[in-house]
Design a protein around this ligand. Structure first.
Ligand code: PLP
Length: 419
């Protein structure tokens, strides 16, 4: 992989060292080992750091940058909105064209039962809104999530998250919450007439890229219908084309009652949304009115970027491209796994792929070796043996070939004594 160091004397490199130090000192850290790349430029599938080094980006900001970095249509839409106006009022009071146009287009593309969108600023906030809507609409308290599910880190979203490691430090969480085993049809009996909502990711992303079986999702839909519980699909990661359809539910043969979106929705700007029928979402506007409000949710700049990104996604058939590129990438990973027994499994849907390694140590060393060779990969939050790949959906076949060759070289590095 090309590595072009910045040859300017001192300058950028010295600046980068100071930045890295102040990052550690003054930007609160979420781990003791951040990737720590000093980003100076991002274009297409590539990031550039302060030394001029380029990285092939298989993370896309954790599944956000579907269109690639620096998409021109998104930039143009942002500039046009900047000239019109930024924040003018809290969510829901004024008629903001970029927000209305985005909501209209989203419900049109999602189809029935989706008629209306509530906009937020992030994924976890959209999950909170969906949970509150479900409780208020049904008049029930029960919430159900799944083992290793991840829905965000605010208290409600964490309550339906399925990993004790991240739940326990924050107990007590919401009462009335049940975590079911993943894909266990018999356990669905725990969903009953006290259940307001069941929240599931059609592909568990942080849980190790575990793809739900459509037959299981149909059973889940049937159980929710039987007891009158609302089914919430968290498509924060899978939505907007990543798994080969605009929304993953469109390939499962069922329709959820609420659909949660974020990450790629905003085209690189912060935006989340939950969609449902008008009847369900109306619950937030009455008894009492203003039952759930937000200042910045559906920010006009984010909505303008989102609409441009959505239009590009459809016009360029990025879901179709994700499906085809994902198949090619997966075939390459299967070949790699056949040659390297340290890889225990490869799997995925579209361009949300997983490489499962034998041990957490091998996984960390593999990620580090890839990074040293200029390939950005990382392991998932809940499964430290799984490398998740979620590149921009515009990644080319040549870039996929380069990524596979770099992974192979990184695996060879691991075999070398002392590496
Ligand atoms: C499936 C899923 N839901 C919700 C969230 C929370 O989104 P955000 O980080 O925008 O709050 C995430 C974040 O990674 C996620 O993976």
């Amino acid at each position: 992989m090309t590595h072009r160091p910045d040859r300017r004397p001192g300058g950028a490199a010295r600046g980068a060292r100071a930045l890295a130090r102040d990052f550690r000192l003054h930007v609160a850290q979420t781990s003791t080992a951040p990737l720590g790349i000093v980003v100076t430029k991002a274009q297409g599938t590539w990031l550039t750091d302060a030394t001029g080094r380029r990285y092939l980006d298989l993370l896309a900001g954790m599944g956000v940058v579907n269109l690639g970095h620096g998409n021109r249509a998104v930039t143009r839409a942002c500039l046009a909105q900047l000239r019109r106006h930024l924040h003018v009022m809290v969510y829901g009071e004024y008629v903001l064209p970029s927000q209305v146009d985005l909501a209209t287009r989203l419900v049109e593309l999602a189809g029935p039962p989706f008629e209306s969108c509530y906009f937020t600023s992030s994924g976890t906030e959209a999950v909170e809104g969906a949970l509150k809507t479900a409780r208020k609409h049904t008049g029930r308290r029960g919430l159900v999530g799944f083992a290793l599910g991840f829905h965000g880190d605010t208290f409600g979203a964490l309550s339906v998250g399925g990993n004790p490691v991240y739940r326990d430090p924050f107990l007590p969480l919401l009462p009335g919450t049940t975590i079911l085993p993943w894909q266990d049809a018999r356990a669905l009996r725990a969903i009953d007439r006290r259940t307001a909502a069941v929240v599931i990711e059609p592909v568990q992303a942080e849980g190790g890229v575990r793809v739900a079986d459509p037959a299981y999702l149909r059973l889940l839909r049937a159980r929710c219908d039987e007891v009158g519980a609302l089914l919430v699909f968290d498509e924060v990661v899978t939505g907007m084309g990543r798994t080969g359809a605009l929304f993953a539910f469109q390939e499962c043969g069922i329709r959820p009652d609420l659909l949660v979106l974020a990450k790629a929705l905003g085209g690189g700007l912060p935006l989340g949304a939950f969609l449902a029928s008008r009847r369900i979402l109306a619950t937030l506007a009455k008894r009492p009115a203003l039952a759930h409000v937000t200042t910045f949710g559906g920010h006009p700049l984010s909505c303008a970027a989102a609409l441009a990104a959505l239009n590009q996604t459809i016009a360029r058939d990025l879901p179709g491209r994700a499906a085809a590129s994902g198949r090619a990438f997966l075939r390459g990973l299967q070949d790699l796994a056949a040659r390297h027994p340290v890889i225990r499994a490869v799997r995925g849907a579209g361009l949300l792929l997983a490489v499962e390694l034998a041990t957490p140590t091998a996984t960390r060393r593999f990620a580090a070796a890839c990074l040293a060779r200029g390939l950005l990969v990382n392991w998932t939050l809940h499964r430290d043996t799984v490398i998740r790949l979620a590149p921009p959906l515009v990644i080319t076949r040549a870039e996929i070939a380069l990524a596979l060759a770099t992974m192979e070289a990184a695996l060879d590095d691991l075999r070398r004594p002392g590496h």
